[in-house]
Design a protein around this ligand. Sequence first.
Ligand code: NAD
Length: 324
Amino acid sequence: MKKQKILITGAAGFIGYSMCKKLVQDKNNELIGLDNLNSYYSVKLKKERIKELKKAKNFQFFKLDLLEKNKLADLFRKNKFKVVYNFAAQAGVRYSFENPESYCNSNIIGFNNLLNLVRKFKVKKLFFASSSSVYGDIGPFPKKENSKLNTLNIYSLSKLANEITAKSFLKNSKIQIIGLRFFSIYGEWGRPDMLILKYLLAAKKKKNFELFNYGNHYRDFTYIDDAIQIVLKLSKSKLKKKFDIFNICSSKPIKITEILKIINKLKIKTKIIKKPMHTADVLKTYGDNSKVKKIVRKIKFTNYKIGVQNTVKWYKKNIHLFQN
Ligand SMILES: NC(=O)c1ccc[n+]([C@@H]2O[C@H](COP(=O)([O-])OP(=O)(O)OC[C@H]3O[C@@H](n4cnc5c(N)ncnc54)[C@H](O)[C@@H]3O)[C@@H](O)[C@H]2O)c1
């Protein structure tokens, strides 16, 4: 089979790393990962992910920012990428209230730079990370891809901007662009700014854990291996439309307190300070995954209890990675 060159941005990040780990297993793939290795969370963790990936002969890493237009263009010039996955972004809803500028830079300008190059160098397919946050906070649930959108912050706005600009880039080009609306992805090698690892780290430091809305939030938690399996299957499928959007979710919202209960059963506990609703949060995320299931067909979602247990097990072995 012919070798294909693939670019993955955000390769040192949670989803980018997990996708690379899967793609390197196919020796016909030649992967190039890029990431600016920013310090939004533990750089040690990001570097360790890259160290893991470099064990594969068909993976190369470049420390590069999506804003470094010329260097990015050089990378495209030297490599004839067939497929590009964009997972590089400033993630996190709450942080968008603290540092809105980083969302404008990485998510809007950075993404636009990438789109220009993808078109100029005639890449065949672009997959990019959008987010469940584009749905905002209003029912009815579950959210379908064509449900009404309601962006409530600069993070979700940047994701919606990506969807709109990506679609407009299709004109006069043969590229196929697929948006992936991820819902609360968790698992091994996960993000320390998200619920499970945040709680585990608070427990390790014997710090109080602030539980907003008294823990009455629901999130459509989706295990990383399931999300990657779906994206991989989507990549291998012959998709009809030039532009499409898919929810990537288990479609089983779980209450936050239920997740904490499972962690507590594993004998990890810290003092919880119950607080009212955080301004950045939405009460519930709950996606409909029937559209993607029609394409990827058989997909057995990991039970959240198993997913959380796996995450905790991995964390216990890798505590050293979480010191910035
Ligand atoms: N993890 C989730 O639950 C979730 C949910 C919805 C959407 N998403 C989206 O999926 C994508 C990946 O998320 P993640 O959880 O892996 O986040 P992450 O923060 O772990 O990964 C993003 C990576 O991008 C890098 N990066 C940021 N700005 C960059 C820039 N300008 N140039 C180069 N690299 C840059 C960061 O250093 C980081 O390693 C993001 O777009 C995120 O918004 C994630």
